[in-house]
Write a protein that binds this ligand. Structure first.
Ligand code: ZN
Length: 274
């Protein structure tokens, strides 16, 4: 057996899925090959870690009990471990590095999970920030000159993409200002429209279908051949669609059918690649 063959079988060996002959053959290779041996050890450690993490997330109480049982400090019936003779318990711990490691992992994992920054979804951010922008409680630049506003927003992303800049005057809405927000390193251009209809915010950013929220409903415009995704939260509606690499989300308290109709009337089919 050569290294390539051995490495293909390492995972199966760890999962105990090999025939006796294959298993004997790879084991004899591992005995003489340091490289494959290291790989085998690495993979086994990784698997153990993953198993441990999964166990502590789904059944931490159970795992805790198992670990304590392993330490011999839990009575058969479970329950509260009885007070153990201090130094004896400690020396027993020291003799079991694996259990110490497992205990540490058990203590640290929840903290690691809590500290891991949750990826913030831009569409949900759009729904949540809409009201703040309408109330002016989010940093916001007032600019009623449409061209100036557009130029300002464009400049903030070094001209990489422009705000959609829809003309909503038919609905009695005019752009009155905007802001640039940043989420996970991505800049989002926000334009606020106000007037006689419920206020509307337009979010423009570079993205993909991967940004579509899980709970969104899909509507495909048969003529324009554009997919629209609709989603709501707390009486605020959002309609999202993509034009090339640019994503646009319209957010408003307008009824969803009206907001969707508006998005459909303004959306441009994806331009052909340059
Ligand atoms: Zn090898």
């Amino acid at each position: 057996m050569n290294c390539e063959e051995a490495q293909e079988l390492i995972t199966a060996l760890i999962d105990d899925e090999l025939s006796e002959r294959e298993s004997a053959s790879i084991k004899s290779h591992l005995e003489q090959c340091v490289r494959c041996q290291a790989m085998h050890q690495q993979e086994r450690a990784l698997k153990a870690e993953v198993r441990m993490a999964a166990a502590s997330v789904t059944a931490p109480a159970d795992l805790r009990k198992k670990i304590l049982l392993g330490l011999g400090s839990v009575p058969e019936q479970g329950g509260i471990p009885k007070e153990r003779e201090g130094p004896g318990w400690l020396s027993q711990l020291a003799l079991r590095p694996v259990f110490v490691f497992a205990l540490l992992l058990l203590l640290l994992l929840p903290a690691v999970y809590l500290m891991r920054p949750k990826e913030l979804s831009i569409p949900l951010f759009a729904l949540e920030s809409h009201q703040k922008i309408v109330e002016r409680s989010l940093a916001y630049v007032a600019e009623e000159n449409e061209e100036k506003l557009k130029a300002e927003l464009l400049r903030s992303v070094e001209g990489r993409f422009a705000p959609m800049g829809y003309d909503l005057s038919m609905m009695g809405l005019r752009p009155v200002g905007g802001t640039v927000q940043e989420i996970s390193g991505r800049k989002i251009l926000v334009t606020l429209y106000e007037g006689t209809a419920p206020s509307l915010t337009c979010y423009t950013f570079l993205g993909t279908e991967g940004d579509v929220p899980k709970e969104a409903a899909l509507f495909t415009d048969p003529e324009k051949r554009i997919d629209f995704y609709t989603f709501s939260r707390g009486g605020v509606n959002g309609v999202m669609h993509r034009e090339g690499k640019v994503i646009c989300i319209l957010v408003s308290k307008l009824p969803m059918p009206e907001l969707l109709a508006l998005a459909r009337s303004k959306a441009q089919p994806t331009p052909p690649p340059l």
